[in-house]
Design a protein around this ligand. Sequence first.
Ligand SMILES: [Zn+2]
Ligand SMILES: [Zn+2]
Length: 258
Amino acid sequence: MKIQLLPSSFDSQGRATSEQRLSCFLIDESVTVDAGSIAIALNDAQRRSVRNIIVTHPHMDHIASLPIFVDDLFAELEEPVRVHATAEVIALLERDVFNDNVYVKFAELENSHGRVMEYVPFQLGEKFQVAHLNVTAVAVNHIVPTVGLLVSDGKTTVAFSSDTAETDEFWKMVNRAPRLDALLIEASFPNSMYKLAEAAKHLTPAKLGKELGKLSHNGIDILAVHLKPAYRETLISELAGLKIPSLSVMEPGRTYEW
Ligand SMILES: [Zn+2]
Ligand SMILES: [Zn+2]
């Protein structure tokens, strides 16, 4: 399985920078987890191949360019862009984004081939299929309804925490998986900002270290994601301070393969 954290910003030469402002993970060139930078960072081939998007929660950094992505493709889509999410999250996207005020209601629009966007609801705790992937979602602990995911192609399994504070259901799901190859887990705020992290329901490196105590799989790659750009350097040194050899910070634009 190939996974790339899409870049969110670029330097004056057009090269991807290391800051992660938006969340969008591209899997096997065809599925994404969240859609923050989906309209910004995909190349033309990927823009033609990505038709399934799993939305973990409706925060702006996770959906920012989703409407633009569908808009860019509107005339050429030969199948709808499928937005997989819980019914609760779909209702929020319909109310707050695709509402004819912020953006048009793409789910009600068609081009010459048919529908351009389709909501595909999934149930918490039940396995569902997204393209070639088996996915299970459980609620995590964030300030809006949010899911963590276990994604498998039959050979490789990767877990995505999405945005969360301390959580238990997610670790139960992850530990039940017969194998795990990689874990992508958030580390948003430095340790000194633990109060803000608590209020916004995010992890600090110290909290991440504690959460990893709940993980029963050994020897997997652990990638820290969702580092707030303003505190990136501090977060990197605090994460290194945990002295967990398999833990590193995920680099936007790099393709990881398991
Ligand atoms: Zn969030
Ligand atoms: Zn976020």
